[in-house]
Design a protein around this ligand. Structure first.
Ligand SMILES: Nc1ncnc2c1ncn2[C@@H]1O[C@H](COP(=O)(O)OP(=O)(O)OP(=O)(O)O)[C@@H](O)[C@H]1O
Ligand SMILES: [Mg+2]
Length: 374
């Protein structure tokens, strides 16, 4: 097994109903979710799921309501038993664990952050943050320092003695994250953890997660139905539909090469300039720059590249994209509009040159604009 793989899922099926094994035979012979429900009154929850989740990475499971996201994440700590298949954590078959092994897995290996925060209302913020340690038999005095440390880390210093109802939704979710971190488990399972928050707070929480992740390198399994959130957080993106995986891979790769009309449809409404990274569209060149717009990183998004070129370049947009761009074409940091100036496109004689990234010079190929990537 690959040393870096923390969680490995193989040929996983889940069918809800009284005789799942019989229903499984129909599914293996090709019966889909709708037909299985109509003819045999069984629900196809998951179908032939194969995913490797790497240590220290954020794996995002995305899909519409009912696609099987929660069913999948709950298999990882066996809150749900599979109908067929295999789940390994650190190479060990979770399905073979006895009660003791399972308890250890849930308490020591995995922590969960829920959409509805799941804080205990009669316990203080400090006690809630230390809940995993309390369950393991530690006293408040034992875990006080640890819990305080993580509460401070998520911006809740001074709130330790308050009760959950005295906190805003965003603050309550920070307690949920502090609780998961204080448990010191290497795996964090987050089921729609930010979905109940308003957009600004949600964005703050995403930033906080990425910042913590930079430092702590947990193995995070994050569920969302929001594509922007998925693209912002995912190292590895898994897209579910009706219980099966439609496509999985590096998010930029999926954006550039959607392999199914369902995915194409899913990503059609997003502002690609904001989510596509320079590294996804650049090409190596040995040509000297004729017209340099300055140094940028290969991790920058295309929108910031356009902004940084001082408005001398802007993408050639179709009518629909122009409407979309009108909503989004402001530089997040400066608030400056980015639409003025020359158009990047095939008619332009020089492509926009970028430099300074680790691989040396590269070209932001203008065909990425005319091919509809922006
Ligand atoms: N205990 C159950 N009994 C029967 N069917 C179930 C059960 N749990 C889930 N399902 C079905 O399995 C499918 C997947 O449900 P799941 O809760 O995993 O979806 P989800 O992607 O998490 O959706 P949401 O975004 O609404 O949370 C749905 O069709 C659901 O009706
Ligand atoms: Mg769900």
């Amino acid at each position: 097994m690959d040393r870096d793989i923390k969680i490995s899922i193989r040929n996983l099926y889940k069918i809800f109903g009284p005789i799942p094994d019989v229903a499984l035979a129909y599914v293996r012979r090709g019966m889909g979710k709708a037909e299985l429900l109509e003819k045999h009154n069984h629900v196809l929850g998951l179908q032939d799921i194969n995913v490797d989740m790497r240590e220290g990475e954020i794996t995002v499971i995305m899909g519409l309501s009912g696609s099987g996201k929660s069913t999948l994440i709950r298999h990882l700590n066996r809150l749900i038993e599979p109908t067929a298949g295999e789940i390994k954590v650190d190479g060990k078959n979770v399905l073979a664990f006895d009660e003791d092994g399972l308890r250890k897995l849930r308490r020591e290996q995995m922590s969960m952050v829920f959409q509805k925060f799941a804080l205990l209302p009669h316990k203080t913020v400090l006690e809630n943050a230390g809940m995993a340690l309390l369950v393991r038999g530690h006293t408040v005095r034992d875990f006080e320092d640890e819990a305080k440390k993580w509460l401070a880390r998520v911006g809740l210093e001074g709130n330790e003695n308050q009760y959950p109802h005295q906190l805003s939704g965003g603050m309550q979710q920070r307690v949920g994250i502090a609780r998961a971190l204080a448990s010191n488990s290497p795996v964090m399972l987050m089921d729609e953890a930010f979905s109940a928050l308003d957009p600004l707070i949600r964005s703050d929480m995403q930033d906080l997660l990425l910042e913590l992740q930079e430092e702590l390198k947990k193995t995070v399994v994050f569920i969302t139905h929001d594509l922007d959130e998925a693209l912002k957080l995912a190292d590895h993106l898994v897209i579910l539909k009706d219980g099966h995986i439609v496509q999985q891979g590096e998010p930029q790769e999926i954006l550039m090469h959607p392999n199914d009309p369902y995915i194409t449809d899913f990503i059609s409404d997003i502002n690609r300039a904001r989510v596509l990274r320079v590294r996804s569209v650049m090409a190596k060149t040995t040509e000297p720059p004729a017209d340099s717009a300055g140094d940028i990183s290969d991790r920058d998004n295309l929108e910031s590249v356009i902004a940084r070129s001082d408005g001398r370049y802007r993408p050639c947009l179709s009518g629909g994209q122009k409407r979309q761009s009108g909503r989004h074409s402001r530089d997040e940091r400066t608030g400056q509009g980015t639409g003025a100036g020359r158009c990047i496109g095939r008619r332009q004689s020089q492509p926009l040159l970028i430099g300074g990234h680790p691989g040396g010079g590269g070209l932001l190929d203008d065909s990425s604009v005319t091919d509809g990537l922006l």
